[in-house]
Design a protein around this ligand. Sequence first.
Ligand code: CMC
Length: 426
Amino acid sequence: MTATIGIDGKTAEYPVHQGSVGPEVIDIRKLYGNTGRFTFDPGFTSTASCESKITYIDGDQGILLHRGYPIEQLAEQSSFLEVAYLLLNGDLPSQTEHDEFKYLITRHTMVHEQLATFYRGFRRDAHPMAVMCGVVGALSAFYHDSTDIHDPKQREIACHRLIAKMPTIAAMAYKYSVGQPFLYPDNSLSYTGNFLRMTFGVPAEPYIINPVVEDALDKIFILHADHEQNASTSTVRLAGSSGANPFACIAAGIACLWGPAHGGANEAALEMLRTIGRPERIPEFIARAKNKDDPFRLMGFGHRVYKNYDPRAKVLGAAATKVLDTLGISDPVLDTARELERIALSDDYFIEKKLYPNVDFYSGIILSAIGFPTSMFTALFALARTTGWIAQWTEMMEDKEQKIGRPRQLYTGHPRRDYVPLNQRG
Ligand code: CMC
């Protein structure tokens, strides 16, 4: 199938590609050559930037598939490491493949001892995301032996290192901020259990893992593992398209994720719920969200792709109740969240604009119940999303059609003009 595009009375045919599911895509790569025109699509609302086999989203139906598997099934039945394997390799692992992968990741959990010195250069009150950007970028200095992106073996080692070391790095960022000693990983624990111990344990006594907390956090990691070509993933791909090493690319992804419109929304959502404080104040905040002159938005609501309930929010809404019940925590924030969701979903403004709770709406309530400070929320998102970033980066590196990413622009600045010496300017 082709699409005909005509400009200045001249038409040309452009190939239309059909994915395995989802909308068809018009291949406009020859458009500039044929017409001397670019397309204009700020925010990439109508542009597919790459071909990918990893994640599929149907935003209208509220469907999210990883390598074909629905996110709800993965969240309920799988583990984060299994999902990491799936994203990286394309299929669920056999028992042997699973055990080998777990062994590989486990053997990379420690970080270079000198990295601890690196942390000490940060202020104690540094935001964990600032620390993560710096430390992950610095990994390329510590693990230079896996930065040759043209060597598939080195690429693989770098991927394993990143997935394995991220929990250690995030836990160290937390420990540094509270002034407690860093804990070495304990490889007898699960990926998530080990992270919990490195974060909340102390060297002076054994750390007992609560299985409900471990399970809830593992679910949160699964739900954040990948999400197609979102802003931070596109950042990782764009950084990688120039041939930058994977540690530098993931650091770029972390920087992008930090923004409140993206990964920073979980922190902002909980802060918003706490500011609202009690259900009676909800109408005031709904009115602010609808007011065009007020920059306030309901954090944890709305999504570029989902025009239906974000399937990840559904899983987390249920998990929030379970975790709070198990831990015996009665947090009025959960009541405020449920009431806010109820009111917003019956309000014409939110119905018309198809604004539903997204993954960040309930995750903060769970993370806070587990004991994480809000400043750690986005760092946890980065920890989990590293798997998706790495899978997407690897896919790009193996793509024969991969080129350096170089968008064009609609220039609306001055046309050519001559330099006027300083003493002659009016
Ligand atoms: N509260 C109130 N109004 C909203 C909201 C909201 N949360 N989100 C979108 N709108 C309105 C917006 O004002 C606009 O109205 P109009 O058409 O009258 O100008 C309309 O809905 C479309 O919004 P948009 O900003 O053009 O949509 P977008 O696709 O560019 O933005 C978004 C998507 C996620 C940035 C946005 O919905 C938002 O800022 N949400 C709050 C932040 C948030 O929760 N982010 C987490 C996203 S999920 C996790 C992740 O992937 O990182």
